[in-house]
Unconditional design. Structure first.
Length: 176
């Protein structure tokens, strides 16, 4: 019998001070059985950082040919491809042909090793790579509940997150 995903219902008060975006988001997210809570929370962060009309979570790990998060135009052109983790260079190369903009958010303990081994292959690609410190991802994951009502304020490469369980700050920096 196959394991079923864990469903999370999130209400997020998003304030992106850099882009003057203030949105009340209501999200239902499926955590794949093989996905860590940390990875899922980075998906939430990446979604908020890149919020725009038409942005959506995809089937993610259940569908290896799809991004984790994407945005399409009204005429069905792929505007944005977001991946979370440490994808292979071939996957990102394919993404750059499919989407106008490609971003990768790396976050775990092996992130530096992955970047060291792959950065030369990525330099020729029209994609942006970011690293989120794993310690802050772990703090964010500790605040997670299956039903959450919280706020995220974004400003200059950092996110301040406030939940009923507590608060944390996350940063990210560009690798390429």
């Amino acid at each position: 019998m196959a394991l079923k995903p864990t469903i999370y219902k999130l209400k997020i008060a998003l304030s992106d001070l850099d882009r003057n975006i203030y949105e009340a988001l209501s999200l239902t997210i499926a955590q794949h059985p093989s996905e860590t809570l940390e990875r899922m929370m980075v998906r939430v962060l990446a979604y908020c950082i890149n919020w725009q009309e038409g942005i959506n979570f995809t089937k993610g790990l259940s569908e290896p040919d799809e991004p984790d998060i994407c945005a399409y135009t009204l005429d069905d052109r792929l505007l944005l491809w977001l991946d979370v983790g440490e994808p292979a260079a071939d996957r990102i190369k394919k993404a750059t042909y499919a989407a106008n903009e490609v971003k990768v958010y790396s976050f775990n303990e092996k992130s530096n090793v992955w970047w060291g081994q792959s950065s030369e292959k990525f330099k020729a690609l029209d994609a942006q790579f970011f690293q989120v410190p794993f310690e802050s991802v772990q703090q964010f994951a500790l605040l997670a509940d299956r039903t959450m009502d919280f706020s995220i304020s974004l400003s200059e490469g950092s996110a301040y997150i406030s939940t009923q369980k507590g608060e944390c700050e996350m940063t990210w920096h560009r690798l390429h």
